[in-house]
Design a protein around this ligand. Sequence first.
Ligand code: NAD
Length: 452
Amino acid sequence: MVKICCIGAGYVGGPTMAVIAIKCPAIEVVVVDISKPRIDAWNSDTLPIYEPGLDDVVKACRGKNLFFSTDVEKHVAEADIIFVSVNTPTKTRGLGAGKAADLTYWESAARMIADVSKSDKIVVEKSTVPVKTAEAIEKILTHNSKGINYQILSNPEFLAEGTAIEDLFKPDRVLIGGRETPGGQKAVQALKEVYAHWVPEENIITTNLWSAELSKLAANAFLAQRISSVNAMSALCEATGANVSEVSYAIGKDSRIGPKFLNASVGFGGSCFQKDILNLVYICECNGLPEVANYWKQVIKINDYQKSRFVNRVVSSMFNTVSGKKIAVLGFAFKKDTGDTRETPAIDVCKGLVGDKAQVSIYDPQVTEDQIQRDLAMNKVSVVWDAYEAAKGAHGVCILTEWDEFKKLDYQKIFDNMQKPAFVFDGRNVVDAEKLREIGFIVYSIGKPLDG
Ligand code: NAD
């Protein structure tokens, strides 16, 4: 029986391994983590992350061929294939601080693999890492090899939070990069055989190591760039009377552009886009390409601009001050169908509103009060468990996450219980602005013509 061990039981490690386990009943999959609370949660009825469909997959194979454990060394030692899916945040100090990827967790995982291994291993980069990381990992492993053969593969993960299980069941592509040596190609083949259990062969792409590593950074940079492009257009739409939804529809009909990922919003968030672009910027700078670095920096600048533009719109619409006014924030997660708040635009928006002395009341269907208070690092907001409660007595409502339930709220009831004039600032274009205007709201929708 092939044994797989995944180091890191996070948003990527947990779901990806659960899907491998359910699709490959003859493979034993153990997900390990140094965090006991996280592993305890994976072994409980309340999984540590919210992801549609995840519970069913985990429950179907947990205890059969899927296991979660804190006994990292034991399971690494026993595995044939080791996925490393640890966090790779932005460095906060030292060389490259604020841009470069912090590979501390990766390096300590690699050194631990070298310490405990007694048989040949395939080590798979699942985390998003800078191009050429495999070279560093190879050095760490081979210099400590004790006669063991290590093959390093890059197999970046392209799932999107909120649709992770769907994405893993039907990936657009699986990318595997390996060395062009016989050993490297044998390892590529071994990993291909795992995915071949459910992914059509034409969707499994193999490349050299550096192309695979760089493709992940490039994919995230292109996706984020698309959001910043449409958000930049949204500002121009507001200034000119054009409607960003109409513009997106019109340009998306061009088959060279395509209709996906063209929704204007309060900005992108999530743990990946910003950190991966910063990392790309750093790599460009290190390779003597400052103009290329500047090009990608602009994607982040527009994202920051979009968030502050939204806060400014709220404040200026409410007669240039929100001091002492209650503002309901609906949605705190960085997107719908996840409880993840890493780099969510809601953090910047709430801080901006509190900075102007607003009384902010937040509701999100999946994010806990503890999480919100931790993210905002201030006790100046209240967190409630109902959209109506959040909006009760409020002067304005800000919609910051596109949760489906926000489309179905009883806005008449919300209006009746708000101060007048009652404002709605729709940062995701989820509500029917015309209907809300008929009720009596003053509505601002990102990139749309303004209320009269
Ligand atoms: P995460 O923070 O949710 O999970 C990482 C886990 O690794 C943590 O639970 C941590 O305790 C564990 N860990 C760290 N060092 C360890 C060690 N030495 N031994 C055992 N466990 C260790 O992170 P994530 O969101 O799952 O992301 C993981 C990687 O995947 C990152 O590089 C990220 O950029 C990439 N990625 C993330 C997504 C996403 O949507 N979240 C998508 C694609 C790729």
